[in-house]
Design a protein around this ligand. Sequence first.
Ligand code: SAM
Ligand code: SF4
Length: 323
Amino acid sequence: MEMRWSLDEVRALFELPFMDLVRRASDVHRAHHDPSEIQLNQLISIKTGACPEDCAYCSQSVHHDSGVRPSPLMDAETVVAIAKRAKEGGVTRICMGAAWREVRDNAQFEKVLGIVEEVSALGVETCCTLGMLTKEQARKLEAAGLFAYNHNLDTSRAFYPSIISTRTYDDRLRTIANLRDTSISLCCGGIIGMGEDREDRISLLHTLANLDPPPESVPINVLSKVPGTPLADQPDVPIVETVQMIAAARILMPGSIVRLAAGRHRLSVSDQALCFLAGANSIFTSEAGYMLTDAVPCSEHKTDRALLDALGLRPKAPAASGA
Ligand code: SAM
Ligand code: SF4
């Protein structure tokens, strides 16, 4: 059983002198993980844009004019071809995203189940992020061989309505509970740099760390400012605050994978090294230089292989069988 954390205990981590926090996080990291391993993930947007939700950060919402061109659900063949190339580039987890509010019980979902089966058969970990799910839909994804599901809480319960008005924090928690009825592993984290204050970051980590069990994977995104969205002009997040968030997540969720996700492309090699020292052990890498849409940049396979080589790190093998 993982330990449980009080809000005061989480706050105390944020009050530690920076170097002490990093030192402590690094010790926890080394006690629970091989510090020379980094998980390499790649996103594939299997259905892009025209999303009815109004998430203020997102390039895919119909409510903002980000210039992202919508595209319908991809064929399995196309997804498998991208996934194969990703695997050759060292990627061990393929994350497939669809710009949906929620999954519907229709032919599109059946098609996604087929895609999950085919990509899982390549011997990579598969992850989907498709919006809200019922218990039955989660069970179908489990039966198709899905390894993980991403469903971020994004920020604190208090700040959530300033970012999204088309769903609630409890809607998000309900999907997470539905997933916990299956063996699918949970990927759940948030975004910093959306105008939240320190208490919101503390509250988000407090909620995540007290999920029972905590998410197996915790993405920490730094807002990628998308022109045309309401958050386009937010100030940059200082690197010290990014590292602080990673270090606190590492200490609070010792056994989880902590992912330095969106926003990494802006960081220098030494900034990223500091994130890895503080306990980040997973990154997104890309074939074409972007995350889900070309509005959110991501560094490429070659750059990331060089980064890992320079730091003496190596890609983590997939946990799924058949690799
Ligand atoms: N529609 C699905 C959902 O909302 O769960 C999945 C797709 S969504 C693009 C996946 C996650 O990417 C979001 O929850 C958010 O945390 C992150 N994200 C999206 N746009 C971002 C941006 N501009 N900057 C940082 N993170 C972002
Ligand atoms: Fe839609 Fe997901 Fe983007 Fe929100 S984050 S607008 S739900 S694609």
